[in-house]
Design a protein around this ligand. Structure first.
Ligand code: CAA
Length: 384
């Protein structure tokens, strides 16, 4: 087992950290306060290859291995979780799903445009009444000639209001349940397709979240992604990538909590000495460091499996569950270290807590990750 990063992985860390420190972090507070989507940042990330990291070069990506992809995601997450969320959905849920399930023509048509940042992608699985029970899709797809007619609504979709391309999951035959689902590549300009932004979120306020409404939305048969009946597998395999990216971003968020806490604890003086010298403050900082290292190792373990093309669902669920819960705890501790100042937006840690909160919910709640892991260990499904 080799814990050293390759030269390429080290170079990605350096490049991504410099970019994140100079271009992402300085505007994070203002974008959060004013709910400004990071269009300008994304424009700069495209030419650097940051918007299609793990996509092979032949399809316009940077051809990064999955550890390097995690490192890049960590660095973005360390600077701003909203930008990281945008990337997690655009790269991991949208592009990697097309890479796995797309026909050669679909991959050649869509991936270069997505990887360069010419267009953004999103992943339309969740519905107003369908969250954890993802197989229970209410959106319908009816074949008419050489088109599929989609009707329904998608909810809490990251990038919905910005994406030119959505992967939409829909039911083609209710009697077949999960085996009736199909996935479609739907372009924003398709008649019957519209979106509505969601405002007032607790965190991730600089990311775009919205609803997608499908009203007799006619999609060419050529836009079917995978086969009819494979939709649930398409969704689950996409989530294997999306959850990995969320886990990596959470590692970056824990690191941000630790760094902010160490800096503050060294300058804040109480009882005549910096609070960094108090054992109970050190306890919180040590807890952040331990969870950061453990989360990072769990992410890289899943990345190692992905690099080798081996099943990674359980390793990814473990990494996502641990990292997102640990990020929440780290943000709570970071506020505690900052005392009253941590409760105001003078320091970034209150944003870290608000941003950390959703990662235990989206792309599968912590409870869903636990039940997938529990089923793997016991052989008994809690879902049936
Ligand atoms: N990759 C490929 N195939 C997979 C798979 C994977 N990771 N996991 C399961 N499958 C396959 C299985 O092999 C099985 O195939 P067969 O029928 O041929 O045997 C089939 O899919 C059914 O598998 P399961 O029995 O495991 O499915 P289940 O019904 O028990 O799954 C569940 C239940 C795990 C709770 C699942 O519904 C789930 O993960 N729910 C959470 C959904 C979620 O994370 N939603 C968030 C979406 S994010 C979003 O939409 C918004 C956004 O922008 C972020």
């Amino acid at each position: 087992m080799d814990f050293d990063l390759t030269d390429e992985q080290k170079a990605i860390r350096e490049l991504a950290r410099r970019f994140a420190d100079e271009e992402i972090a300085p505007s994070a507070k203002e974008r959060d306060e004013k709910e400004i989507f990071p269009d300008e940042i994304l424009k700069k990330m495209g030419p650097l290859g940051f918007l299609g990291g793990p996509i092979p070069k032949e399809y316009g990506g940077a051809g990064l291995d999955y550890i390097a992809h995690a490192i890049l995601t960590e660095e973005v997450g360390r600077a701003c979780s909203s930008v990281r969320t945008t990337l997690s959905v655009h790269i991991s849920l949208a592009q990697l799903t097309i890479l796995k399930w797309g026909s050669e023509a679909q991959k050649k048509h869509w991936l270069p445009r997505l990887a360069s940042g010419e267009i953004l992608g999103c992943f339309g699985l969740t519905e107003p009444d369908t969250g954890s029970d993802a197989a229970n899709q209410k959106t319908t797809a009816l074949k008419k000639g050489d088109r599929w007619i989609l009707n329904g609504a998608k909810m809490w979709i990251s990038n919905a209001g910005k994406a030119e391309l959505a992967i939409i999951f829909a039911q083609t035959d209710k009697s077949k349940g999960a085996k009736g689902l199909a996935a479609f590549l739907v372009e924003r300009n398709t008649p019957g397709y519209s979106t509505r932004d969601i405002h007032g979120k607790l965190g991730m306020r600089s990311s775009n979240t919205g609803e997608i409404i499908l009203e007799d939305c006619a999609v060419p048969a050529a836009n079917l992604l995978g086969e009819v009946g494979q939709g649930f597998k398409v969704a689950m395999s996409g989530l294997d990538h999306g959850r990995y990216s969320v886990a990596a971003g959470s590692v970056g968020l824990i690191q941000a909590c630790r760094e902010a806490s160490v800096a503050y604890a060294k300058e804040r003086v109480q009882f005549g000495k910096p609070i960094a010298g108090f054992q109970l403050v050190q306890e919180m900082i040590a807890r952040m460091r331990v969870s950061e290292d453990a989360a990072r190792l769990l992410v890289y373990q899943a990345g190692h499996l992905k690099n080798r093309g081996r099943p990674d669902t359980i390793a990814t669920c473990i990494a996502k569950y641990f990292s997102t819960e640990a990020a929440q705890q780290a943000a709570m501790d970071a506020i505690q270290v900052h005392g009253g100042y941590g409760y105001s937006n003078e320091y970034p840690v209150e944003r870290y807590l608000r941003d950390a909160r959703v990662a235990t919910l989206y792309e599968g709640t912590s409870q869903i990750q636990q039940l997938i892991i529990g089923r793997h260990e016991t052989g008994i499904s809690a879902f049936v």
